[in-house]
Design a protein around this ligand. Structure first.
Ligand SMILES: *Cc1c(COP(=O)(O)O)cnc(C)c1O
Length: 436
């Protein structure tokens, strides 16, 4: 490979290839990687000098640009004070300020925050909260979870146990992975235009789910699902009425509702939180990805005071979780500034405008012979193709077209940053049209 800069040598890349695992790749025959050492705004710059418009927000976590002045300043200011300090027995301003903002943004019920270091861990924490809550109540037989197929909840074992069993290859972990319950994924989409859509949702989606609940209610600690948009497990967008009914069923049968908004939280779907589309409040909410604007890894699992108290009144007298880098001050300081940017409110117009443009530019692709479906919500545009894509091949095409889009399975999709300008967004949508 030809490199015009000195930053990457052939030897670097050969070391990378032989020693470093990239996500979901083989160590013996890895997919091609593109060397990058700079990114700014919505542009990722390759080592050979080519600048690509970012269509992925680095796996859905960047909203306000790479190398963002305000986030940089927050990081630098904090790093000069302390990057990290243990959280056991110590309080610090970055976490207090960040959580104050978070609690303000959330519905009043959600008050007690546990900070951890990735989305995957936030799901495991949520599941542990549900188990410990039931344990405290002396209901030890309530130790299973119900979810829907086509979900994705991270790569740690708790979350993995509720990921789509086929897509995440549960067979590999047979005998080890906790056995949870899977109901079929909701059929009725967010955009269903039928007049009696709620009755349809009730018939097609709620009924089978309700049947599961009725059958297993005494074993169920919680329901775990993504809010409205199912990401990496299926790239599907379901109808909010389903979520509303799931909320009702959970309340009725004393099952906790754990919503995974690691990908959808903080504006991505056009609402600050995707559960607002259904006007409900979960018992436990998981946030991650966009929390630090794509700077550092940080997650938050937030629950109600009642659940927090119940957990704390149990035999252990505490919530059994405390990791080394819990509430890392550096990550919290950046997240706090990121939440300030969000609270200023421009995200709403930005996301609405992106949505409008996605409808105009990606919408018509639904008639393309290679396309099975187009799904759009907020700053999310998904083109589902009929045949599985060849990732390496199509990625090269995208790079040649000046954009960074990384499709997988049958999904060519974009999660643009909120600050993406109309022209830049057109580059992304044109590239998808070209690639087809
Ligand atoms: C990415 C993601 C996770 C896992 O978060 P990580 O930070 O990658 O561990 C969990 N749930 C959903 C919905 C996600 O999109």
């Amino acid at each position: 490979m030809q490199m015009s800069t000195e930053t990457f040598t052939e030897e670097d890349l050969s070391f990378d290839k032989n020693h470093i695992w990239h996500p979901y790749t083989s160590i013996t025959n890895p997919l091609k990687v593109y060397p990058v050492d700079k990114a700014d705004g919505v542009y990722i710059e390759l080592a050979d000098g080519r600048r690509l418009v970012d269509g992925m927000s680095s796996w859905w976590c960047v909203q306000h640009g790479y190398n963002n002045e305000r986030l940089n300043a927050a990081a630098i200011k904090q790093i000069e004070k302390m990057s990290h300090v243990m959280f056991g027995g110590i309080a610090h301003k970055p976490s207090i300020e960040m959580c104050k903002k978070l609690v303000t943004l959330l519905p009043d019920e959600l008050q007690c925050v546990l900070l951890a270091d990735s989305g995957s861990v936030s799901i495991d924490v949520g599941m542990k909260m549900a188990l410990q809550y039931n344990h405290s109540k002396g209901r030890v037989q309530k130790n299973k979870f119900l979810t829907i197929e086509k979900g994705y909840h991270g790569d740690a074992f708790g979350g993995l146990s509720v990921c789509d069993p086929i897509n995440s290859m549960h067979g590999i972990y047979k005998g080890f992975l906790p056995q949870n319950y899977f109901c079929k994924t909701p059929e009725i989409s967010f955009h269903c235009k039928e007049k009696d859509v709620e009755r349809l949702v009730e018939e097609k989606d709620v009924k089978p789910f309700e049947a599961f609940i009725l059958k297993h209610k005494d074993e169920l600690a919680g329901v775990v699902m993504e809010s409205i948009v199912q990401g990496a497990g299926g790239m599907r967008i379901y109808h909010p009425f389903f979520m509303k009914r799931v909320r009702e069923l959970c309340s009725k049968f004393d099952i906790l509702l754990i919503l995974d908004e690691v990908a959808t939280g903080l504006g991505r779907t056009g609402k600050m939180f995707a559960f607002e589309h259904a006007s409900i409040v979960p018992d436990i909410l998981c946030l991650g990805k966009a929390l630090t604007g794509g700077y550092l890894t940080l997650s938050a699992t937030i629950t109600t005071r009642e659940i927090g108290e119940e957990i704390s009144n149990g035999p252990s007298g505490c919530f059994m979780h405390g990791q080394t880098y819990m509430a890392n001050p550096l990550a919290c300081a950046v997240a706090s500034e990121n939440l300030s940017i969000l609270m200023e409110g421009q995200w709403k117009n930005q996301v609405d405008n992106i949505e409008k443009q996605l409808y105009e530019e990606l919408g018509p692709l639904v008639h393309h012979p290679k396309v099975a479906d187009v799904r759009i919500l907020g700053a999310i545009g998904i083109v589902e193709v009929k045949d599985r894509v060849n990732v390496e091949e199509i990625q090269k095409k995208f790079v040649d077209l000046g954009v960074w889009i990384r499709p997988f399975n049958k999904w060519i999709y974009i999660y643009p940053q909120y600050i993406t300008k109309p022209k830049e967004l057109s580059l992304l949508t044109n590239a998808i049209r070209e690639a087809l």
